[in-house]
Design a protein around this ligand. Structure first.
Ligand code: A2P
Length: 334
């Protein structure tokens, strides 16, 4: 496969290269793309050095696959230019996710929606992504009526600028307002503010959780409400999820279903202080689930705690898994 990575110098771009190499993705030619200011810079992949190219040069090269992780503006402007030359685009930004023509895919959950005609495929938001694995299996078994989600999202999810702000604050340096990713300090703080506020007083990240959950689970009747919080944590996003089911359930059955699902690791032994944490989830591809317990305040209520590495399963790994799925099912021009 001739593969282009758009946003190769970014945080997710770096993890993407690592994941492609680890999984030995079949690459015959690799085209690394970043913004015009990075064109000409060098990046290593496996034992070879690659020169960053312009996005125009990458379109001209007509790759089989282009993986985008360069922000919504870049995806909005260029993704279709790639599909017009026959390239399959897997986009990590939010730009195309809610487009009715564009599938939004977590391979273990809804990979079967993909067809050969899908040249543009969206990768879900990191917070939505990780909870889809446990929620899909529980929805199929007991029917989800309502979700109340609180997230504890790593600053790494905001990209390089946020990491620079965190590092500067940690070492006591002050950055200008323009140099900061957030309107408040992120070091030793937490901000109930992920993405931008809209007119409804919710943030874009909270709205993504609502809309993307319904699209991936293909069920608009699920009620979802969320509060997303940015935390000075490295390694992964954590989520406290309160689930109200339509039907009665059994805790033992819940654990059995989660333990039997691909991509999920149950860590739930409170007597031994065993539960998932972002530090332990770092650099792993699985979604970790713990603190599984009945919510006694409502009928058919369940609480779970879900943690995953936001740069891997939440971003890079899932895009590579989509590419692998396309190859395996011969849904890609090659
Ligand atoms: P650059 O390093 O040249 O700015 P992050 O989300 O971690 O900040 O990374 C964003 C990625 O998207 C970077 O690789 C960045 O390149 C890339 N990028 C930003 N704007 C464009 C653009 N117009 N065309 C291609 N890549 C872009």
């Amino acid at each position: 496969m001739k593969v282009a990575i758009v946003g190769a110098t970014g945080l997710v771009g770096g993890v993407l290269l690592k994941v492609l190499s680890e999984r030995d993705f079949p690459i015959s030619e690799l085209i690394l793309v970043a913004s015009p200011r990075s064109v000409g810079k060098k990046i290593r992949y496996q034992s070879k050095e690659y020169t960053i190219q312009s996005i125009e040069a990458a379109i001209e090269a007509k790759p089989n696959i282009a993986i985008f992780s360069a922000g919504g503006g870049t995806s909005g402007k260029y993704a279709r230019q790639f599909t017009e030359v026959g390239t399959t685009v897997i986009d990590n930004s939010s730009f195309w996710r809610m487009d009715k023509q564009v599938p939004l895919v977590v391979p273990e959950v809804n990979g079967s929606v993909l067809t050969k005609d899908d040249l543009l495929i969206a990768n879900p938001n990191c917070s939505t992504m990780q909870m889809m694995l446990p929620l899909k299996v529980l929805h199929d078994a007991f029917g989800i009526k309502r979700l109340v989600i609180s997230t504890y999202q790593s600053f790494t999810g905001t990209g390089v600028k946020a990491v620079q702000q965190y590092e500067a604050e940690k070492t006591g340096n002050t950055l200008s307002v323009e140099e900061c990713a957030y309107p408040h300090p992120i070091f030793a703080n937490c901000l109930p503010h992920c993405g931008d506020f809209d007119d409804s007083a919710y943030t874009t990240e909270e709205i993504k959780l609502v809309n993307e959950t319904r699209k991936i689970l293909a069920d608009d009747s699920i009620a979802v409400t969320a509060t997303c919080v940015r935390v000075p944590v490295f390694g992964g996003h954590s989520e406290s999820i309160n689930i109200e089911f339509r039907n009665e359930f059994d805790i033992k059955k819940v654990i059995q279903l989660l333990e039997g699902s691909s991509g999920i690791v149950v860590q739930d032994d409170w007597k031994k202080n065993a539960y998932p944490t972002p530090l332990q989830a770092y650099d792993k591809d699985e979604v970790f689930v713990g603190r599984i317990r009945r919510d006694k305040s409502i009928k058919n209520g369940l609480n779970i705690w879900v943690v995953s590495d936001n740069l891997r399963k939440g971003a890079a790994t899932n895009t590579v898994q989509i590419a692998e799925y396309l190859l395996e099912h011969q849904l890609i021009n090659g």
